[in-house]
Design a protein around this ligand. Structure first.
Ligand SMILES: [Fe+2]
Length: 394
């Protein structure tokens, strides 16, 4: 007999994040002791072209070399694609590592996860993004983020671009074994990178709260992450060396990651994927454009969750209707994004009315998985209306 239970506390759910988290200012110095636990013989360090020249990378290199052998892949671009994965695949299959360390932004951490998977699984890398089962667990993955926002440091998710489409692989073999999150590593991140990554963390948090698979544990993590971004993103943008703000954003990134790793993301990420690669927009900035409008669209169907998001953003909602709460949330998000110089509408991205129909088509064809998690299921007409509102902005 089917039992219908509506109260969130009475839901049945599971929650898992197996990653050991070492967090805080100075935690980077504990890296050597942490890495010794793995007893590896040959590590592979994965970074991008800029991060590989930093003092932080030199230190990781020194630490790894002092424990075992070391190989490096320093060519991860901002939006890794199939050719990058192909090069990485050759490297790990020629000389299989027994530990993978990703240092950098979300792209380097995502590629570290794929390096682990591809070391022991033999199919074409893109096949795993299209449903090929991941038979074996690869060598342990260690993530060291240098900017706060993607949550990749704690999620079992990797994203790659293939022929203009963003493909995501969500598999429990991709969970990092360890993450060392030292907010001091992000003080040199540019204001623009800080803004985009920081708004991504906020979008992860609010989308996790809105997700149909939200539960009391994830909601608690996501609420705290929402509040931290609200408190600290504008501060970190205005003063990159504000370590309290960097600390707040680093924590928000990890907490939102721990939430959405279990709930998935909802509509705004799917919408963003329909223009992000075409507009060559950083990931967080692209999602930020959609989020306020999606929240306003969803709010009437999730009045309790909208109140939680509003509280995370420090809003007084007394006397507001459900739609009014959604609108107030949207305006606060717009306010944050305006302060940190992010685009606010599709017009800001150079898109036009004639672009909208094809983007709706792409969303329904390629990114349905985000609609599945969304609390309000939009019709094609409602999506077109939503895109029209996004085009002009508030
Ligand atoms: Fe994201």
């Amino acid at each position: 007999m089917e039992t219908k239970i509506h109260h969130p506390l009475l839901k049945t759910y599971s929650y898992q994040v197996p990653t050991r988290i070492v967090f805080g200012l100075g935690s980077f110095e504990r890296l050597k002791d942490e890495l010794k636990r793995f007893e590896f013989k040959r590590a592979l360090l994965i970074t991008g072209k800029t991060v590989c020249k930093t003092d932080a990378c030199a230190w990781v290199r020194e630490v790894l070399s002092s424990i075992g052998g070391l190989a490096e892949f320093n060519e991860v671009p901002p939006e890794p694609d199939a050719p990058v994965l192909a090069v990485l695949t050759k490297i790990v299959r020629r000389n299989p590592p027994d530990l993978i360390v990703g240092l950098g932004g979300g792209s380097s951490l995502d590629m570290a996860k794929m390096a682990s998977l591809l070391t022991v699984n033999e199919k074409d890398p893109i096949a795993y993004f299209k449903g090929e089962p991941v038979a074996k667990k690869g060598p342990p993955i260690v993530t060291v983020p240098t900017i706060a926002g993607t949550g990749s440091e704690v999620t079992p998710i990797s994203v790659v671009v293939d022929r203009g489409l963003k493909l995501a692989l969500h598999n429990h073999h991709l969970y990092p074994a360890l993450t060392v999150i030292d907010p001091a590593l992000s003080v040199t991140a540019s204001p623009q990178a800080t803004a985009s990554a920081g708004i991504d963390a906020l979008c992860h948090a609010v989308e996790s709260i809105m997700s149909v698979d939200s539960n009391p544990i994830t909601a608690s993590l996501a609420f705290e992450a929402t509040s931290l971004v609200d408190d600290y993103l504008e501060r970190a943008y205005c003063n990159g060396e504000d370590v309290e703000a960097r600390n707040g954003l680093a924590l928000a990134s990890a907490m939102a990651g721990m939430a959405f790793a279990n709930t998935g993301l909802s509509l705004a990420h799917g919408i963003a994927y329909t223009y992000a690669t075409r507009c060559k927009l950083p990931h967080g900035a692209s999602v930020g454009v959609a989020e306020p409008y999606v929240i306003e669209f969803n709010s009437p169907s999730i009045p309790d969750k909208a109140e939680v998001i509003a509280a995370g953003l420090g809003l007084d909602t007394q006397g507001l209707s459900t739609s009014g709460v959604g609108y107030a949330i949207a305006l606060r998000m717009i306010d944050i994004m305006e302060t940190v110089g992010l685009p606010l509408s599709l017009e800001d991205l150079g898109l036009e009315e004639s672009d909208l129909e094809p983007m709706v088509g792409s969303l329904l064809k390629n990114y349905l998985r985000f609609i599945v998690k969304n609390p309000r299921k939009p019709s094609r007409e409602e999506l077109l209306k939503l895109y029209r509102t996004m085009l002009e902005g508030y």
